[in-house]
Design a protein around this ligand. Structure first.
Ligand code: CP
Length: 309
């Protein structure tokens, strides 16, 4: 039996390097299959999604991934049109969705929501973003993108810039990078440094330095992972306005970077990468979004097929 069969995907911390590499190999395989063979992988299976927070990429890439492997999707993308509005609990909503689906994808405002859902659901649950805590499938897509574009992960110098306090993609990426031999530079305003409750755990597996000055390490980076300041997570607007626009990656900055460095961003972008960077060979954030469809298709195929695909 394949070890991912019926597995919940709650935290990237649950994955070893070998398991991540196995997902990358399955993603490569899925990308090489012709479309009719691909559609056999999850033929007749249903993905149920529950999004208590807005999403473009995550929800649509799961939808598109499931369609590409022959399955279908149903779910709630706008919680205001669901019976949550009448007071139905997350627990009951998850229980109902797990009756109608073979696998559940949940995005929720609360840390711990996906773990909670996985304890209720009889079907596997995939965390599509839980509060400020984690976004494990984003990290899988980010690591896969680095591997595809740089041909390796070990040995790289990786800068992560922006909102390191509230950005859940940052935590999942850092936990994932903990499986590799990388040097990490964390760049943020003082008030948006990574949370101290996570620092201890990250430090056990990863070397990193922290700075507020993006210029300090630009010339040595192989990867610059840019994140949005998460306005919606600030306790008040005044605090957000103090750090809004702290870093804007533009062509001038890019000139100071290695010629073969890559710029990533989980997206959505607001103003932290200027649009003239998009046309450069270093900008890989749209490729990253495309890889997200394929990594998710591979994960779904592995979770829903006892003997893999
Ligand atoms: N990267 C990401 O999670 O994007 P969405 O919020 O659009 O799903």
């Amino acid at each position: 039996m394949n070890e991912f069969y019926q597995k919940d995907i709650i935290s990237i911390k649950d994955f070893s390097k070998d398991q991540l590499e196995e997902i990358f190999a399955s993603t490569d395989k899925i990308m090489q299959l012709n479309s009719s063979d691909r559609r056999e992988i999850c033929k007749g299976k249903t993905l149920g999604y529950l999004f208590y927070e807005p999403s473009t990429r995550t929800r649509l890439s799961f939808d598109s991934a499931m369609a590409s492997i022959g399955g279908n999707s149903l779910g709630i993308s706008d919680i205001s049109s669901s019976s949550t509005q009448k007071g139905e609990s997350l627990s009951d909503t998850v229980r109902i969705m797990s009756i109608y689906s073979d696998i559940l994808v949940l995005r929720h405002t609360l840390d711990g929501s996906s773990r909670f859902a996985s304890e209720i659901s009889e079907k596997p649950v995939i965390n599509a973003g839980s509060g400020t805590e984690e976004h494990p499938t984003q990290a899988i897509q980010d690591l896969f993108t680095i591997k595809k574009e740089k041909k390796k992960i070990d040995g790289l110098k990786i800068g992560i810039v922006g909102d390191l306090k509230y950005g859940r993609t940052v935590y999942s990426l850092l936990y994932g990078l903990g499986n590799y031999d990388v040097d990490v530079r964390l760049i943020s305003p003082e008030s948006l440094r990574i949370r101290s409750d996570s620092t201890y755990e990250i430090k056990k597996k990863l070397d990193f330095t922290e700075t507020t000055d993006i210029e300090e390490y630009l010339d040595e980076l192989d990867v610059l992972y840019v994140t949005r300041i998460q306005k919606e997570r600030f306790p008040d607007e005044e605090e957000y306005l103090k750090v809004k626009g702290s870093y804007v990656v533009g062509l001038n900055m890019l000139k100071r970077m290695k010629d073969d460095s890559i710029i990533l961003h989980p997206l959505p972008r607001i103003d932290e990468i200027s649009s003239d960077v998009d046309k450069t060979k270093n900008a890989k954030y749209f490729e990253q979004a495309e890889y997200g469809k394929h990594t998710r298709a591979a994960l779904l195929g592995m979770i829903l097929n006892e003997n893999g695909f």
